[in-house]
Design a protein around this ligand. Structure first.
Ligand code: PRP
Ligand code: ZN
Ligand code: MG
Length: 223
């Protein structure tokens, strides 16, 4: 890969994290030239550019060295780290950012008899987080079948394609709308600044350090 001197930050192209992520970068003194419907935003002042991508792709882009940093949910980062075949990628949370708070939880049909994780034995669990769910099930010593769906997980029990689900909960509105009840929290999540454990030793590394310093100032002011 051609060496770059400009830092690249990946963030969600459109979704719940987009607005607050951009706002945070602006507060850190970073402004970008392109409008947001473009996939690449050129940084105006500092040598920092933006990649606008699917949030699920962000950890992989960092692991491949396509970008140095990413603003992404801890859920997505940890799923990547825990998923099969990603063992080599040493990614870390440089900062937690205080927005996009949600949790990854198991939820069961309201009328289902459920007391403890053991009650999930033999059931079909629909999720977009097979890695994290698999780790939790092993910890609990529960043998269940994991059904991976890309989205609209909450409707699976009604469709009969799964018995229970494991998905993100923010307000709880989606669970209520689908007559599901939250039973176990697997992960407390929020947006984080993710990056490789070892930063580049060139100008980009210096820029990351400067950015972290500014970020700490901005986060402190907000708290
Ligand atoms: C997310 C998540 C839940 C829902 C939780 O889905 O997957 O379904 O939000 O939010 P709530 O508790 O406030 O209802 P999203 O709408 O982002 O779409 P997706 O599932 O297609 O990613
Ligand atoms: Zn996503
Ligand atoms: Mg959803």
């Amino acid at each position: 890969m051609k060496p770059r001197d400009r830092l690249r930050i990946a963030m969600q192209k459109s979704g719940r994290l987009t607005e607050p992520a951009l706002d945070l970068l602006n507060r850190c003194g970073l402004t970008f030239r392109q409008s947001r419907d473009k996939l690449f935003c050129f940084g105006e002042g500092e040598p920092v550019d933006l990649l606008l991508v699917r949030d699920d792709d962000i950890p992989g882009l960092i692991a491949q060295g396509v970008c140095e940093l990413g603003i992404v949910g801890r859920n997505v980062l940890n799923e990547f780290k825990g998923g099969a075949g990603n063992g080599a990628a040493a990614l870390t949370e440089w900062r937690s950012l205080g927005f996009g708070r949600c949790r990854l939880s198991v939820a069961v049909p309201q009328e289902m008899d459920y007391n403890e994780p053991k009650d999930l034995a033999g059931l079909r669990i629909a999720t977009s987080y097979p890695g994290l769910l698999g780790i939790w099930l092993r910890e609990q010593g529960v043998d269940a079948s994991v059904i991976t769906l890309a989205g609209s997980v909450e409707i699976a029990p009604k469709l009969g394609t799964a018995d229970v689900i494991c998905d993100l909960v923010q307000s709880g509105g989606t669970l209520v709308a689908n007559q599901l009840r939250e039973t176990d929290v697997l992960l407390q999540s929020e947006a984080v600044l993710a990056g490789p454990e070892t930063l580049p030793t060139d100008e980009r590394g210096d820029m990351v350090e400067l950015l972290l310093k500014r970020l700490d100032g901005v986060i402190q002011v907000r708290e």
